[in-house]
Write a protein that binds this ligand. Structure first.
Ligand SMILES: Cc1cc2nc3c(=O)[nH]c(=O)nc-3n(C[C@H](O)[C@H](O)[C@H](O)COP(=O)(O)OP(=O)(O)OC[C@H]3O[C@@H](n4cnc5c(N)ncnc54)[C@H](O)[C@@H]3O)c2cc1C
Length: 482
């Protein structure tokens, strides 16, 4: 295609840009995807650790079953079988007591009733208060202010907020209850937990994230499109872009799928004046996430993951779970699975053969961790793991690798939620990205939706064509929302 003029140029090869390109190419549009890095995936990606040669994810990425468009994208890329699924979420209290949430026999929204009643980390009055707020969530259409205000108005006990609402919200929205927009948090509980029995099934990639997005290059290429990696775009116009190498490429349409602060720098100044959607791009603020890869000298947990209660570390994932069958990469190297016996070469398999254990810890809304050294981070996480897993009491760190993502996601405050731009606007430039107004928090699902909708706009198709139907809500959630 490099000889002929593309129909659509997509700038940015994160999940949003990939989603847009794959849909466009699938419909026979000549698409040109330009990505500044040497690989696709954007913020949902992996890197090679120079110290060990390992392929590590920047951070564990989780997708729930309600992320129907992201899962559709994985299926289109032929990588859906690489996701590992679980219905269970484990909550670890200080001292080691574990409560497991799993859907029971009751229809939604009552499917977690049994688990909730059995959970030991909340008392009965806290559980009653949470149940009341859940019913209010099912009835709520719009909410203003922060979710913290919303919870206070529903008289939620302090411990219910700290042990239940906060861990879920901070993981899903990357902002604590006192900063996050109320509607954003309410959506997480309604669509992710209450609406449908299967909505909260959770998946993680069984291979390094980069392997989920590698096939996009081939898919776009096979459909007659082109992906150019290592090409930085310095100017975006309505029907043309200019690269850092001073090449100007013209197309029918341009989709700008870079984060808002980048868009503010590269979109033509004239467009930014004419198109009111673009006026607030510079006003987006961000919230950091910290991903910590740890190797301990002994196994400390058998669970696949756990939410750590009352700790500064929110989640720990066990990377020594049974790995999926090794896959053979295009270059013939074995990827995924435990090929190393505890050291180099793989990410998703374990270091179990060395007698130790590999964990991955996640800290969302990690502002106060950003100034810490890797050593301090490792020590803090280990302290938190020890608090909740008594077997870790005498464990020591063999290795730690902390990945700080200062601009992990936009900060979903009420102020920022108001300035999220639409995909189409007063000019013909299309926007895509998790920050666009797609009604989702900053997630791979939000990014995929934006890409699909931008592709639909290029092709003159509607939302029903673009998006997969949401999981069908059960009867009671449907009735309560009327
Ligand atoms: C640490 C961390 C943990 C996360 N955990 C989760 C999770 O568990 N579940 C979940 O759903 N989401 C999670 N997210 C959020 C998720 O990764 C993002 O919402 C999603 O990947 C955003 O995709 P995007 O395409 O909108 O943006 P990006 O991924 O930022 O893609 C934009 C792309 O544009 C490229 N680009 C920028 N400037 C230029 C230029 N001038 N020219 C060409 N290309 C350019 C960039 O290199 C990048 O590849 C997490 C994010 C982080 C950082």
């Amino acid at each position: 295609m490099s000889q002929s003029r593309p129909d659509v140029i997509v700038v940015g090869g994160g999940v949003a840009g990939i989603a847009a390109s794959v849909r466009l190419a699938g419909e026979g549009a000549r698409v040109l995807l330009l990505e500044t890095r040497k690989k696709l995936g954007g913020r949902a990606t992996s890197f090679t650790d120079v110290r060990t040669g390992e392929t590590l994810d920047n951070c564990q990425h989780v997708a729930l079953a309600c992320c129907v468009n992201y899962l559709d994208l994985c299926a289109r890329l032929g990588v859906d079988h690489l996701l590992r699924w679980t219905e269970e979420i484990h909550w670890a209290e200080p001292g080691g007591r574990i409560s497991t949430m799993r859907p029971g026999p009751l229809p939604a929204p009552g499917h977690f009733t049994g688990s909730m009643l059995r959970a030991t980390f909340l008392d009965l009055s806290e559980k009653r208060a949470i149940a009341g707020a859940m019913l209010a969530i099912l009835r709520t259409r719009e909410a203003s202010g922060t979710f913290g205000d919303w919870l206070r108005a529903r008289r939620q006990p302090e411990r219910a907020v700290r042990r239940f609402w906060e861990p879920v919200v901070v993981s899903a929205c990357n902002l604590g209850v006192d900063r996050v927009d109320a509607s954003c948090a309410i959506k997480v509980f309604r669509d992710g937990f209450l609406a449908a029995r299967d909505a909260s099934r959770m998946s993680v990639a069984g291979v390094p994230l980069v392997r989920l997005y590698d096939p996009a290059e081939r898919a776009i290429h096979d459909a007659g499109g082109e992906v150019r990696l290592g090409v930085s775009v310095s100017r975006v116009g309505e029907t043309s872009v200019t690269t850092d190498a001073h090449e100007t490429i013209v197309a029918e349409r341009v989709i700008c799928a870079v984060p808002p602060e980048r868009g503010a720098k590269i979109i033509d100044a004239d467009l930014r004046v004419r198109d009111t959607r673009l006026h607030a791009l510079e006003r987006f603020t961000h919230s950091p996430i910290l991903g910590v890869h740890l190797e301990l000298d002994r196994p400390v947990m058998d669970l696949p993951h756990a939410v750590l209660l009352d700790q500064r570390t929110q989640w720990v994932f066990n990377k020594d779970e049974t790995p999926p069958p090794p896959e053979v990469a295009r270059d013939g190297a074995v990827i995924g699975g435990d090929v190393s016996g505890g050291g180099t070469g793989a990410t998703s398999g374990g270091g179990g053969a060395s007698g130790g254990q590999r964990l991955h810890a996640v800290v969302s809304a990690a502002d106060e961790w950003m100034g810490l050294t890797e050593e301090e981070i490792g020590a803090r996480v280990l302290e938190d793991v020890r608090a909740c897993f008594p077997r870790a009491h005498d464990a020591s760190l063999v290795r730690v690798r902390a990945v700080k993502e200062k601009r992990a996601t936009f900060a979903a405050t009420p102020e920022v939620e108001r300035i999220r731009p639409t995909i189409t606007g007063e000019t013909s430039l299309l926007l895509a990205g998790d920050y666009t107004r797609v009604g989702w928090p900053a997630t791979m699902e939000g990014a995929t939706r934006s890409g699909y909708l931008a592709a639909a706009a290029c092709l003159g198709k509607d939302e029903a064509w673009a998006l997969s139907p949401d999981l069908a809500p059960a009867l009671l959630p449907r009735m309560l929302r009327r």
